[in-house]
Write a protein that binds this ligand. Structure first.
Ligand code: HEM
Length: 133
Protein backbone atom coordinates (compact mmCIF):
# COMPACT_ATOMS: atom_id res chain seq x y z
CA UNK A 1 0.00 0.00 0.00
CA UNK A 2 1.42 3.45 -0.81
CA UNK A 3 1.86 5.62 2.25
CA UNK A 4 -0.87 8.32 2.04
CA UNK A 5 1.47 10.75 3.83
CA UNK A 6 4.11 10.38 1.14
CA UNK A 7 4.39 13.49 -1.05
CA UNK A 8 5.30 13.56 -4.76
CA UNK A 9 8.61 15.02 -3.51
CA UNK A 10 9.25 11.86 -1.46
CA UNK A 11 8.13 9.56 -4.25
CA UNK A 12 10.47 11.21 -6.75
CA UNK A 13 13.38 10.62 -4.38
CA UNK A 14 13.88 13.94 -2.58
CA UNK A 15 15.79 17.12 -3.39
CA UNK A 16 18.64 15.64 -5.42
CA UNK A 17 16.20 13.71 -7.64
CA UNK A 18 14.09 16.85 -8.21
CA UNK A 19 17.25 18.80 -9.09
CA UNK A 20 18.18 16.09 -11.60
CA UNK A 21 14.69 16.33 -13.12
CA UNK A 22 15.12 20.12 -13.46
CA UNK A 23 18.52 19.72 -15.15
CA UNK A 24 17.01 17.29 -17.65
CA UNK A 25 14.11 19.70 -18.18
CA UNK A 26 16.36 22.66 -19.10
CA UNK A 27 18.75 20.42 -21.07
CA UNK A 28 15.74 19.23 -23.12
CA UNK A 29 14.65 22.87 -23.51
CA UNK A 30 18.13 23.91 -24.69
CA UNK A 31 18.28 21.00 -27.12
CA UNK A 32 14.72 20.70 -28.44
CA UNK A 33 12.90 23.98 -27.80
CA UNK A 34 15.20 26.87 -28.81
CA UNK A 35 12.39 29.45 -29.05
CA UNK A 36 11.38 28.69 -25.45
CA UNK A 37 14.97 28.56 -24.20
CA UNK A 38 15.60 32.03 -25.68
CA UNK A 39 12.94 33.56 -23.44
CA UNK A 40 15.15 32.63 -20.46
CA UNK A 41 18.35 34.13 -19.15
CA UNK A 42 21.14 32.30 -21.01
CA UNK A 43 24.76 31.72 -20.02
CA UNK A 44 27.85 32.28 -22.22
CA UNK A 45 27.31 28.88 -23.86
CA UNK A 46 23.75 29.87 -24.79
CA UNK A 47 22.20 27.48 -22.27
CA UNK A 48 19.50 28.36 -19.72
CA UNK A 49 21.49 29.94 -16.88
CA UNK A 50 22.44 28.30 -13.60
CA UNK A 51 20.49 31.01 -11.76
CA UNK A 52 17.27 30.24 -13.67
CA UNK A 53 17.73 26.49 -13.21
CA UNK A 54 18.30 26.84 -9.47
CA UNK A 55 15.33 29.14 -8.90
CA UNK A 56 12.96 26.79 -10.69
CA UNK A 57 14.41 23.74 -8.89
CA UNK A 58 13.86 25.38 -5.50
CA UNK A 59 10.30 26.26 -6.49
CA UNK A 60 9.58 22.74 -7.75
CA UNK A 61 10.92 21.15 -4.56
CA UNK A 62 8.34 23.15 -2.58
CA UNK A 63 5.53 22.70 -5.12
CA UNK A 64 5.96 18.91 -4.93
CA UNK A 65 5.61 18.96 -1.15
CA UNK A 66 9.26 19.24 -0.07
CA UNK A 67 10.99 22.00 1.93
CA UNK A 68 9.52 25.46 1.31
CA UNK A 69 12.82 27.33 0.83
CA UNK A 70 11.62 29.06 -2.35
CA UNK A 71 8.77 30.75 -0.47
CA UNK A 72 11.05 31.52 2.49
CA UNK A 73 13.47 33.31 0.13
CA UNK A 74 11.11 34.83 -2.43
CA UNK A 75 7.67 34.99 -0.85
CA UNK A 76 4.57 33.66 -2.59
CA UNK A 77 5.50 32.46 -6.11
CA UNK A 78 2.85 34.67 -7.86
CA UNK A 79 3.65 32.72 -10.99
CA UNK A 80 1.35 34.61 -13.35
CA UNK A 81 2.82 37.92 -12.25
CA UNK A 82 6.40 36.63 -12.54
CA UNK A 83 5.64 35.48 -16.09
CA UNK A 84 3.96 38.73 -17.14
CA UNK A 85 7.08 39.95 -18.99
CA UNK A 86 7.34 36.58 -20.79
CA UNK A 87 5.07 36.18 -23.81
CA UNK A 88 3.36 32.82 -23.22
CA UNK A 89 1.10 31.59 -26.02
CA UNK A 90 -0.18 28.11 -26.84
CA UNK A 91 3.05 27.22 -28.68
CA UNK A 92 5.23 28.19 -25.68
CA UNK A 93 2.91 26.41 -23.26
CA UNK A 94 3.13 23.24 -25.36
CA UNK A 95 6.92 23.58 -25.73
CA UNK A 96 7.25 23.86 -21.93
CA UNK A 97 5.14 20.73 -21.46
CA UNK A 98 7.12 18.80 -24.08
CA UNK A 99 10.41 19.61 -22.32
CA UNK A 100 8.97 18.56 -18.95
CA UNK A 101 7.55 15.34 -20.45
CA UNK A 102 10.96 14.51 -21.96
CA UNK A 103 12.63 15.15 -18.59
CA UNK A 104 10.19 12.88 -16.74
CA UNK A 105 10.73 10.15 -19.30
CA UNK A 106 14.52 10.46 -19.03
CA UNK A 107 14.48 10.11 -15.23
CA UNK A 108 11.84 7.34 -15.47
CA UNK A 109 9.17 8.75 -13.18
CA UNK A 110 6.66 6.01 -12.24
CA UNK A 111 3.72 6.02 -14.69
CA UNK A 112 1.00 6.94 -12.16
CA UNK A 113 3.05 9.78 -10.68
CA UNK A 114 4.07 10.96 -14.16
CA UNK A 115 0.42 11.15 -15.28
CA UNK A 116 -0.60 12.95 -12.09
CA UNK A 117 2.20 15.52 -12.22
CA UNK A 118 1.94 16.21 -15.96
CA UNK A 119 -1.80 16.78 -15.51
CA UNK A 120 -1.25 19.26 -12.70
CA UNK A 121 1.59 21.02 -14.52
CA UNK A 122 -0.52 21.29 -17.69
CA UNK A 123 -3.07 23.29 -15.70
CA UNK A 124 -0.38 25.62 -14.32
CA UNK A 125 1.22 26.04 -17.76
CA UNK A 126 -2.15 26.87 -19.31
CA UNK A 127 -2.76 29.44 -16.55
CA UNK A 128 0.52 31.19 -17.56
CA UNK A 129 -0.84 32.02 -21.02
CA UNK A 130 -0.95 35.78 -21.53
CA UNK A 131 -1.00 36.04 -25.34
CA UNK A 132 -3.77 35.28 -27.82
CA UNK A 133 -3.14 32.11 -29.84
C1 HEM B 1 3.98 27.79 -19.98
C2 HEM B 1 5.12 28.22 -20.45
C3 HEM B 1 6.19 28.85 -19.60
C4 HEM B 1 7.12 29.71 -20.05
C5 HEM B 1 7.27 30.22 -21.48
C6 HEM B 1 7.96 30.08 -18.92
C7 HEM B 1 9.04 30.95 -18.98
C8 HEM B 1 9.75 31.40 -17.91
C9 HEM B 1 10.81 32.39 -17.96
C10 HEM B 1 11.30 33.07 -19.22
C11 HEM B 1 11.26 32.57 -16.72
C12 HEM B 1 12.36 33.53 -16.27
C13 HEM B 1 13.62 32.72 -16.04
C14 HEM B 1 14.81 33.58 -15.95
O1 HEM B 1 15.06 34.15 -14.88
O2 HEM B 1 15.48 33.69 -16.97
C15 HEM B 1 10.49 31.70 -15.85
C16 HEM B 1 10.69 31.61 -14.51
C17 HEM B 1 9.99 30.76 -13.70
N1 HEM B 1 9.01 29.89 -14.08
FE1 HEM B 1 8.27 29.67 -15.92
N2 HEM B 1 7.52 29.42 -17.81
C18 HEM B 1 6.45 28.66 -18.16
C19 HEM B 1 5.75 27.82 -17.34
C20 HEM B 1 5.99 27.64 -16.02
C21 HEM B 1 5.30 26.71 -15.18
C22 HEM B 1 4.19 25.78 -15.65
C23 HEM B 1 5.83 26.85 -13.93
C24 HEM B 1 5.49 26.12 -12.68
C25 HEM B 1 5.07 24.90 -12.63
C26 HEM B 1 6.85 27.85 -13.99
C27 HEM B 1 7.61 28.27 -12.93
C28 HEM B 1 8.58 29.23 -12.97
C29 HEM B 1 9.34 29.69 -11.82
C30 HEM B 1 9.19 29.23 -10.39
C31 HEM B 1 10.21 30.64 -12.28
C32 HEM B 1 11.24 31.41 -11.45
C33 HEM B 1 10.61 32.68 -10.97
C34 HEM B 1 11.60 33.44 -10.11
O3 HEM B 1 11.82 33.05 -8.97
O4 HEM B 1 12.14 34.43 -10.62
N3 HEM B 1 6.93 28.31 -15.26
N4 HEM B 1 9.59 31.00 -16.60
Amino acid sequence: MPDPQETPFDRLGGASAVRTLCERFYDAMDRDEPALAKLHELDEQGRVSRRSRDRFALFLIGWLGGPQDYIAQNGHPRLRMRHARVPVDIAMRDAWMRAMTTAMDEVEVAPDLRAFLLGRLADVADFMRNQPG
